[in-house]
Design a protein around this ligand. Sequence first.
Ligand SMILES: [Zn+2]
Length: 417
Amino acid sequence: MQIKTILNRVQKFKSFVYGAVRWVDGARIPTLEVELHPRANSRPVCSDCGRQRPGYDRLPVRRFEFIPMWGHKVFFVYAPRRVECRDCGVRVERMPWVKGKHRLTEAYSWFLASWAKRLSWKEVAEAFRTTWDHVFFSVERAVIWGREHQDLSGVKAIGIDEIAWQRGHKYLTLVYQIDSHCKRLLWVGEKRTVKTLLSFFHWFGKERSEMLGFVCSDMWKPYLKVIAKKAGDAIHVLDRFHIMAHMGKAIDEVRAQETNELKANGYEPILTKTRWLLLKRPENLTDKQDTKLSELLQYNLKSIRSYLLKEEFQLFWTYSSAYWAGRFLDKWCTKTMRSKIDPMKRVAKMLRKHRPLLLNWFRAKGQMSSGVVEGFNTKAKLTTRKAYGFRTFHGAEIALYHALGALPEPKVTHEFF
Ligand SMILES: [Zn+2]
């Protein structure tokens, strides 16, 4: 079988035929060149208007990189015709294997983008002996195409989250669709300000925003403000993941303070290596941690009391009636306010302040997948961390859309993989 036969099977162009295939002498990486020719009597197509037009002249030969075969780089070699278009003027003809002035064929670009979902961009570049820039550029094209072609109808529930990125306190705001039938990243914005979230709603559109039934977010003030303004009809839920994260932070603070106090007073360091133990759910503890916990419970430490308050609060989420959950919440807050543990008291105050939004959790139960936000949060952090190449917001944005956006791809590309 000839290479031409294979190419005609996987990538056939109506108005072009494959010509000679040859080795490139002296190439650092083994390379094949495949000639392309216009089919006899075919007329070139204007790249601007897409109509057949009379030929004008021919440009020098150009090379377009195709999917590598057996470790060999493959290039299409073709001298593009120019057309004399009566509407557009003199234009380069349309070549179905490539878009615009790119050097990578569409097929190769989609090929790289698809591997970049499974491997890091650096690994893709190494595996296919290409550059990081080519991989980035392919992913970027895939994301742009996908976002232009994605279907945004029927979005009922969204989750809003933020992740820290780069060093220092820089944030990204991420908006997910969290409907049970469709979970994906919808939008990424820089920072976590009022302006950031407003630009999401601007992009999403007024009509779609009004159709939202559920919005799930943290208690972050700028978000609360914008959500009330832009999705006022939706049930706004404070999600469990974020609230428990606030409690985790409070416990961390109590523990750090108490460790220092104990040390200063000459007590043995009973709290060392207990950080994760106090943050984990009891059912997730290892045997060793379990023993250590029972040991700790004998002491009347603020850290332990905070831990017990946190564990008690887990009950809140199991209620089915908002009324009884509300009663539980009030009792828990009163108890915590009497605890004399400042970081925990701050959490209680915050929960009291947002009581109605907290109880919305029970009105929305079963109608959205709020747990999804936590899963996405982990993946998003991993994506931005893994991709140390992304120094710019644009780089991070492209990587996140590619990894979490569930973006559509053109049908033809699937034939290669
Ligand atoms: Zn034209």
